[in-house]
Design a protein around this ligand. Structure first.
Ligand code: DAH
Length: 364
């Protein structure tokens, strides 16, 4: 009865349309779905009204049919449009919340620091790369052959003991490996695997059973090796002086070479740099004192032979430097042991920002 009187009144339909449309316009996602079910669901108000069409007289149906169809279509359209609006508003809000201003300066958050040893190794590779040296590598655990024998250490020679070697337990074949006592075995590995001309540096950990203010059981070395047909002692000196100037960032460094002995070089030398030790500080470059800084020499013919290189055709030079020592001299650390104590206060003080990449053009 109520339905019949309502459906025959077109103004009722208009009121219904207006009320649904205004609810739709303000609905959020949940309310929108509620309105849809309430109006257009199987038991919805509009659906029920449409079911009445069948019971109407043809004249009524002709009038009411289009009106009800219009009502249903406009509600459906309004719901779809509202849903699209809600979705794009949600996307807008999400984008706004996730907005990143790429032009803002970065907030300096401390993300750890580069250890001075690492830093110095980066500086050294930069300097040597500039001089045309490639980077070579070798393992920390070495065979006796690579660490000693091929380098012309005579068997049972006290030099092997002199290195305070850490020996590993013999393996199944009875071979006793060592923790490499220097980076010189990388010379052997390089010469065994490459043909001259060779121009490499090798850096890394080395191990000796020793501990005091200037010695730690683990320390770092950088090794250099140049093999060709002509390189001589003068080239060695020039290379090392260029290294000192670049590394200590001074115009000139006075150096002297003292005769020395290493089994793998002949002649051998130690290089000292001029320094000043007044005021409890070491300043490199000028002064009245000398500081021993590295070992070097011309590669011994026996070493070349051991590595399959003919000493009558090829020759060259080698050098070995304590990296930790270089770091202490440049950055003013006084006790080597602190470097490996993993004390974060020490690292905070002496460490470098990961963003400061050493560069010869901009300064190390
Ligand atoms: N390997 C030597 C050491 O650890 C350092 C050294 C000296 C390396 C002379 C060399 C060299 O390449 O020519 O004491």
């Amino acid at each position: 009865m109520f339905l019949r009187s309502m459906t025959t009144d077109p103004s009722e339909i208009e009121t219904l349309t207006a009320s649904y449309l205004s609810r739709i316009a303000q609905a959020d996602d949940a309310a929108l779905e509620a309105v849809r079910i309430e109006a257009l669901g199987k038991q919805g108000r509009v659906s029920l009204l449409m079911k009445q069409l069948g019971a109407m007289s043809p004249a009524e149906r002709q009038d009411m049919g289009p009106r009800l169809n219009g009502l249903r279509d406009s509600l459906q359209e309004a719901i779809l449009a509202r849903r699209a609006d809600l979705a794009s508003a949600a996307l807008e809000a999400k984008l706004l919340a996730e907005r990143l201003d790429a032009s803002l300066p970065a907030v300096p958050t401390r993300i750890g620091s580069i250890h001075p040893i690492m830093r110095v190794m980066e500086e050294l590779s930069e300097i040597f790369a500039d001089m045309g040296f490639a980077l070579a590598e070798g393992p920390d655990i070495e065979s006796d052959f690579h660490n000693f024998t091929a380098l012309n250490f005579p068997p049972k020679h006290p030099a092997r003991e002199m290195h305070d070697t850490f020996f590993l337990k013999p393996d199944a074949a009875g071979e006793r490996k060592v923790l490499r006592t220097h980076t010189s075995p990388v010379q052997v590995r390089t010469m065994l695997s490459q043909k001259p001309p060779i121009r490499i540096i090798a850096m890394g950990r080395t191990f000796r059973c020793d501990s005091d203010q200037t010695h730690t059981p683990m320390f770092h070395q950088i090794e250099g090796l140049v093999i060709d047909e002509a390189s001589n002692m003068a080239d060695l000196k020039g290379t090392l002086m260029a290294l000192m100037r670049a590394y200590f960032e001074v115009d000139d460094v006075d150096v002297r070479f003292r005769p020395h002995h290493f089994p793998f070089t002949e002649p051998s030398a130690e290089m000292d740099v001029r320094c000043d030790r007044s005021n409890g500080q070491i300043r490199i470059g000028q002064g009245q004192d000398w500081l021993e800084i590295l070992g070097c020499g011309m590669v011994h013919p026996n070493v070349l032979r051991n590595c399959g290189i003919d000493p009558d055709v090829h020759q060259g030079y080698a050098f070995g430097i304590g990296v930790d020592r270089l770091a202490m001299l440049k950055y003013g650390m006084s006790d080597l042991r602190d470097m490996f104590a993993a004390d974060t206060r020490w690292l905070k003080h002496y460490g470098f920002s990961p963003f400061l990449v050493p560069n010869l053009a901009a300064g190390l």
